[in-house]
Design a protein around this ligand. Structure first.
Ligand code: NI
Length: 184
């Protein structure tokens, strides 16, 4: 089932999300729905709050990037209750987009290496260092669980430059090819 994606201005996107347990209702189905919703919208990651659920659940699908990054062939993962424990000192800048911010693509600076813990869909715990593009996508998605969006991380100048677009979004003046739940 395709779920509507909550867009900028929805208060759900600003809430701290809660941990879940294996008995979370219809979790398997929810995970499938999130993958379907994300793929349909041409996204590579989707977090619970983006579909209106204040829960620490993220799906990431990097398989579509396998032409540029062969190591991502078959990469389709679920992250439950993830936490970033520490980050490396090195940072890099890369352009990011977000299904909750249709039409916006901006350069964002982030650490290149992160130490994360999370559980997979079988509630097996993982604890590892991740780097490069995978670390970038994880940081973007895990931010959603803290009520953060990539526009919060822009330089003062870029923030000023996207203000108009964000205001348009709040007024419902944007277009995208997927189903959304905008504030009006
Ligand atoms: Ni996003």
């Amino acid at each position: 089932m395709i779920l509507p994606i909550y867009t900028f201005g929805q208060s759900m996107l600003r809430k701290q999300a809660e941990d879940i347990t294996p008995d979370y209702p219809n979790l398997k189905e929810l995970i499938e729905n999130m993958f379907d919703t994300m793929v349909r919208a041409d996204g590579i990651g989707l977090a619970g709050p983006q579909v209106g659920l204040s829960i620490r659940l993220v799906v990431i699908d990097l398989d579509g990037l396998k032409n540029d990054y062969p190591e991502f062939e078959g990469y389709r993962r679920v992250f439950i209750n993830p936490r970033i424990l520490e980050t490396g000192d090195e940072t890099s800048v890369m352009e990011e987009g977000c299904l909750s911010l249709p039409g916006l693509h901006e350069p964002v600076r982030r650490p290149t290496k992160i130490h994360v813990t999370y559980m997979d869909e079988n509630f097996q715990t993982h604890d590892c260092w991740v780097e490069g593009f995978e670390a970038r996508v994880m940081q973007h998605e895990f931010d959603h669980l803290e009520g953060k969006m990539f526009v919060d991380r822009l330089s003062a100048l870029r923030k000023q430059m996207v203000k108009g677009k964000l205001n348009d979004m709040l007024k419902g003046r944007f277009s995208c090819s997927y189903k959304v739940k905008a504030i009006r």
